[in-house]
Write a protein that binds this ligand. Structure first.
Ligand SMILES: [Zn+2]
Length: 382
């Protein structure tokens, strides 16, 4: 390892992974790539940090910029989960909680057989500490949920014929993710594969940089694990050339976040029909519609009717999703056509726009330990 090594590579691969965007829901979804919260949680476990100790270290760990390369997206999978079949729940104190709720039903989403290359970039001394912790973890590490053990060592290692090092020195996360050759599933898989999808954290290089329009807001920068508190960060989706050592070759617009089986031809067809029925416009603000979202999960993945879907623009979609993060909505989601959501959607849209703006971004970078959204709300007197 060179003394200026500023980039660490993790290989996140296993039968199941679950990168939840929230832990409060009855439906616990998974994002389509590792979250910062999940990855930093893994590092804290490897370092043997208690939740209280983790809170102390998180401001420093959050300074690591993260990029993920989706080498295999995996297959989305649900489990059906019940707690206490009407017989009462045993509490930690040894009592029995009968309650009026009866059986608690939750659904959890997983990515089966996915493989991600994650790069973390930051101060060489911190990179070296994290590398040591992951090489000899104090507590077990897992891929987002405790039921998801990794199937290969977390620290990615170059093959004998490869020239990259872990940790290594790179000027950008794009360069880092491009430098590691794509890892085939089986020895007989066709190689090399030329490009890969990536999700890379966006950071301002200069004070007057503004986040690109297509940047997505992910609420996954952990402030605290118990109770879970997250701050937003901006990420960009790009297709990069792999193992060329070059910078990003092209940009792609952000696709809608996968929720149901988006590869299902039937679903694609219904989605296209819905966009056409809505004249290609967002049902809320009439900007060009870029995504179609479910308003219920009852019939998702191709069995839904046009009534279950709504065309939305990126901003309204993000606003609606963000509101849902704070509400336990079960199988139903927010219908942006309902008048009683109007003010809340407008307010949240404003919040996202402010966060994207220069001022909000500067504040986010300078006060990494302070929850940005809460502060913005306080300013508004909300
Ligand atoms: Zn809109």
């Amino acid at each position: 390892m060179t003394p200026d090594a500023n980039t660490l590579f993790l290989r996140l691969e296993g039968p199941l992974q679950a990168w939840g965007d929230t832990s409060k829901f009855v439906i616990r979804r998974s994002m389509d790539a590792p979250t910062k919260s999940g990855v930093l949680g893994m590092i804290c476990a490897a370092m043997g940090l208690s939740r209280a100790a983790a809170r102390e270290r998180l401001p420093e760990l959050n300074r690591l910029a993260m990029g993920a390369r989706i080498d295999r997206p995996g297959t989305r999978w649900w489990d059906y989960h019940t707690v206490g079949a009407g017989i009462g729940l045993t509490t930690a104190g040894g009592g029995v909680k009968t309650g009026a709720q009866g059986t608690l039903i939750t659904r959890r989403e997983y990515l089966a057989d996915a493989s991600f290359l994650v790069a973390l970039r930051g101060e060489p001394s911190l990179i070296s500490q994290v590398a040591q912790a992951l090489a000899t973890p104090i507590w077990p590490v897992y891929l987002g949920r405790k039921s998801c053990p990794p199937s290969v060592p977390i620290l990615a290692m170059p093959r004998a014929d490869e020239s990259w090092a872990n940790p290594g020195h790179f000027n950008t996360l794009d360069d880092a993710l491009a430098a590691v050759p794509w890892c085939p599933r089986y020895d007989h898989d066709p190689t090399p594969r030329g490009t890969a999808d990536t999700i890379i954290e966006w950071r301002a290089a200069h004070d007057d940089d503004t986040a690109p329009e297509e940047a997505e807001v992910w609420y996954d920068a952990p402030v605290c694990f118990e109770p879970p508190v997250h701050e937003p960060r901006l990420v960009l989706r790009r297709v990069i050339a792999v193992n060329s050592g070059g910078p990003a070759q092209q940009r792609t617009p952000a696709p809608p976040r996968p929720r149901a089986d988006y590869n299902n031809a039937e679903y694609k067809e219904r989605r296209a029909q819905r966009l056409e029925a809505d004249h290609g416009l967002c049902v809320f603000c009439k900007a060009p519609g870029t995504t179609v979202q479910h308003i219920t999960y009852r019939r998702a993945g191709g069995d839904e009717s046009q009534e279950d879907l709504r065309a939305l623009c990126r901003l309204c979609h993000d606003a609606v999703t963000m509101i849902e993060y704070g509400t336990g909505m079960g199988l139903d989601r927010i219908d942006p056509c309902l008048p009683h959501w109007r003010d809340e959607i407008l307010r949240t849209r404003g919040e996202i726009l402010r966060f994207r703006s220069e001022e909000g971004r500067r504040r986010a970078l300078r006060q990494a330990s302070k929850p940005v959204v809460r502060e913005l709300l306080e300013e508004e007197g909300a």
